[in-house]
Design a protein around this ligand. Structure first.
Ligand code: SAH
Length: 345
């Protein structure tokens, strides 16, 4: 690969157009190429069939598209498909296609590995290598959309940032990818169909409330007791619950949308009455919903799902206090594609 080639996806439409003008070619060629790259997701200049062979070779000699490639995939008995994707520099990530009756969801990664250290998550055991570039996030969606059309005859309807990595630790690229995904120049997917899940970086939650108020926000709470949360998610000792609360209040103020608290109930960790009370008190402080998540085992004996009776108790108490609560079904468990299981098994 020649070092002099320019990664065309890092250029704006105007920059591409001015390249054509400089080469004595019409400016509209810039828009055409831009459309191939971002609306059609094409990663090979030779597939840009409305360009002449000469024009394609001009592009091939000057530019490169640093695209990601689908290496292999595994299909779960519930239809979920886990994909292993190779990035241009040889790193790998995983992304998941989750079909259901009324929607088709892509679960995308934001980092190679993860910056955080949640004790119950398989991805945190991997070394964090680097942030994904915005176009590498975009590629995952194009790849999964093509896969969904091929396998299920349906295009993607929803996108969740719940794969590998902490999206708010790669803020700029995540925002840029969301802008690309939602823009009419890109995939034109409604921001209402995008959910970003974060472990909770208060300053960044405030920032995203201003920059992307139309997406949905999910927050991995897992405990409303400071000490417990610090033990299972050690990085949170830098971000007290009071600051987190401040940021979700800000989210509601700016967006008028409810944050969803993601919450796993584990045996002997957060299965007591005080845990339920703490959660209810926390929920009452700012408008929210609670999503109870089934724990997907990652081979650590300290973490085990609580008894069903405890989950029922959580649900009853939340409902009694008028807090909306749902239970998230685990998908793709048999192929290690469920939440928190992405670690190249
Ligand atoms: N870093 C982001 C997004 C990735 S994790 C975040 O923390 O929100 C997506 C969701 O899966 C989070 O709610 C996370 O807490 C949850 N999760 C992690 N490990 C899990 C496991 N083993 N079983 C079930 N959910 C898990």
């Amino acid at each position: 690969m020649s070092k002099d080639l320019i990664d065309i996806r890092q250029l704006s439409k105007e920059q591409i157009s001015s390249f054509f003008l400089q080469n004595g070619l019409p400016k509209y060629r810039g828009s055409q190429i831009y459309e191939w790259i971002w609306r059609k997701g094409v990663t090979d200049f030779n597939m840009m069939t409305n360009l002449s062979i000469e024009l394609r070779s001009l592009l091939i000699n000057k530019f490169i598209i640093k695209n990601s490639q689908l290496v292999c995939f595994q299909k779960s008995k519930d239809g979920t498909i886990k994909n292993k994707i190779k990035l241009y520099d040889g790193n790998y990530i995983e992304s998941v296609l989750i079909p259901s009756n009324n929607r088709t969801t892509a679960c995308v990664s934001s980092q190679v590995g993860c910056s955080l250290d949640c004790k119950f998550c398989a991805t945190s055991k991997l070394k964090r290598m680097r942030n994904l570039n915005f176009d590498e996030i975009f590629d995952q969606i194009v790849l999964i959309n093509n896969q969904s059309i091929k396998v299920y005859n349906k295009s993607l309807s929803n996108i969740v940032f719940m794969g590998m990595g902490e999206p708010l630790m790669n803020y700029n690229n995540v925002i840029k990818s969301i802008k690309k995904i939602t823009s009419s120049d890109g995939l034109a997917i409604s921001p209402k169909r995008i959910t970003l899940s974060t472990s909770g970086i208060p300053k960044m939650i405030k920032k995203i409330s201003e920059e992307c108020p139309k997406i949905n926000l999910a927050l991995s709470l897992h405990s409303a007791i400071e000490n417990t949360r610090n033990k299972i998610m050690p990085f949170t000792s830098n971000f007290p619950l009071s600051e987190l609360l401040d940021s979700v209040k800000y989210w509601f103020e700016k967006t008028k949308k409810l944050v969803t608290y993601e919450y796993i109930v584990w045996k002997n960790i957060n299965d007591k009455d005080v845990d339920i009370e703490a959660l209810i008190n926390f929920c009452k402080k700012s408008p929210c919903k609670v999503n109870l998540i089934n724990y997907n085992a990652i081979g650590d004996s300290k973490f085990n799902n609580a008894e069903n009776a405890i989950i029922t108790k959580y649900v009853e108490h939340l409902k009694k206090n008028n807090i909306s609560v749902t239970i998230r079904k685990s998908r793709g468990h048999d192929i290690d594609a469920a939440c928190g299981q992405l670690a190249f098994k």
